[in-house]
Design a protein around this ligand. Structure first.
Ligand code: NAD
Length: 367
């Protein structure tokens, strides 16, 4: 048992199918009266429904959230919140919408009620990101951690299957890196393993989701959606409380500098980043193998690759639009950043990892 430091840090969590019905109660508990509802343009319909149901508690609707929180969008949303004299923000959506809420809270301290509809996990973290002049800057600030999170699996049911499964793999990446984080602790290890288990079970069921559900099928899908969201909560909690390593740094570079899609990039890179670190992290490997029901810890990375393949996700950076000539630059950027990683970052091994991820080769063993 290694020494550790643990400090509980969590929003209030309301979980359950239909729990959106508690939104008014949660706003009242914050002492708020003028809510600004946030969403992307794609989810404007769902956000309008939330705005409508809030009646006098709703101050406005701002459906302009976009990926990576451009500073211009952040400024416009802050101005709108000030103009409407909003005293809380309701962020309905994935990491992009919750990220916009965080950008407002960072400056004004406005409390956020997050209603996540993907599995990315931003709602459980004090991490914010804002993109200015093409560069995404991230930081941690307790002010941006949502005060309340409403997890309603019914709201994630509209998430397309392809995005559901990659978003779920994105969540799993938080747990995997949490298990070998330099500042991990036994409580978060438990959460990470349980989060991995819940997602590894739920995602294949979501993948099978029939298009026109009968009542019995709907019950099963509803349970899988609940399991996936439960896993996302646990994995997001891990992300919020320990430091991430190589995998997240690579994905940050690939998303920020090369504009690759967030959840898909995590899905492709994860097995390779884990394979790179695997020899140095036997306890994490044991937990991952147990969660994925694999016979041997040495199969943790291939197990994740096989899971992704069975889910029909992209498996290579090439498919995501990266050019092979960019691999050297990604490698260079990964080596210039300083952060703890279980295995030292040697140039040749890292470049090989990137080549494998680019080509989508199964890590560890030829297939
Ligand atoms: P997203 O929020 O960009 O959503 C992707 C698309 O799916 C959007 O068009 C969105 O409107 C739509 N969508 C979301 N839920 C839906 C639903 N239930 N039904 C129909 N459509 C739906 O995607 P994401 O992967 O959740 O978030 C990615 C962003 O979040 C990235 O910018 C990433 O850096 C950030 N992020 C931040 C943290 C953090 O802790 N700060 C954690 C994870 C991700």
């Amino acid at each position: 048992m290694k020494d550790f430091l643990y400090q509980a840090q969590s929003p209030r969590v309301v979980f359950g199918a239909g729990s959106l019905q508690h939104l008014e109660r949660e706003i009242d508990l914050l002492g708020a009266r003028r809510a600004l509802v946030l969403s992307t343009p794609q989810q404007a319909g769902a956000a309008q429904a939330v705005f409508d149901r809030l009646g006098p508690r709703a101050a406005g609707l701002y459906a302009q959230a976009v990926m990576h929180v451009p500073i211009e969008t952040a400024r416009a949303a802050r101005a709108e919140a000030a103009r409407l004299q909003a005293d809380c923000a309701i962020a309905l959506g994935g990491g992009s919408t919750i990220g916009l809420g965080k950008a407002i809270a960072l400056e004004s301290g406005l409390p956020i009620v997050a209603i996540p509809t993907t599995y990315a996990g931003s709602e459980m973290t004090p991490i914010y990101g804002i993109t200015e002049a093409g560069l995404k800057k991230t930081g941690r600030d307790p002010r941006v951690l949502p005060r309340t999170v409403i997890y309603d699996p019914e709201l994630s049911s509209s998430l397309p299957v392809a995005l559901s499964v990659t978003s779920g793999m994105n969540a799993m990446a938080h747990a995997v890196e949490g298990l070998y984080a330099s500042d991990s602790n036994p409580i978060l290890d438990l959460m990470a393993e349980e989060g991995l288990r819940a997602l590894a079970k739920a995602l294949p069921q979501l993948r099978e989701q029939p298009l026109n559900l009968n009542q019995n099928e709907w019950t099963q899908v509803g349970e899988a959606r609940a399991q996936a969201l439960y896993g996302a909560w646990l994995c997001g909690s891990v992300l919020g409380q320990v430091s991430m390593a190589l995998h997240h740094k690579l994905c940050h570079t690939l998303g920020g500098t090369f504009n690759l899609p967030h959840a898909e990039t995590h899905t492709v890179v994860l097995p390779h980043a884990l394979a790179f670190n695997l020899p140095q992290v036997p306890l994490a490997a044991q937990r991952i193998a147990r969660a994925l029901d694999l016979p041997h810890p040495g199969q943790a990375a291939t197990g994740l690759y096989d899971l992704a393949r069975s889910l029909g996700t992209p498996l290579s950076l090439r498919e995501l639009g990266l050019q092979e000539r960019d691999l050297d630059r990604v490698c260079e950027l990964a080596l210039t950043q300083q952060y703890p990683n279980p295995r030292p970052l040697e140039q040749a091994a890292l470049r090989q990892l990137l080549q494998m991820a680019y080509e989508g080769i199964r890590p560890g063993a030829p297939d």
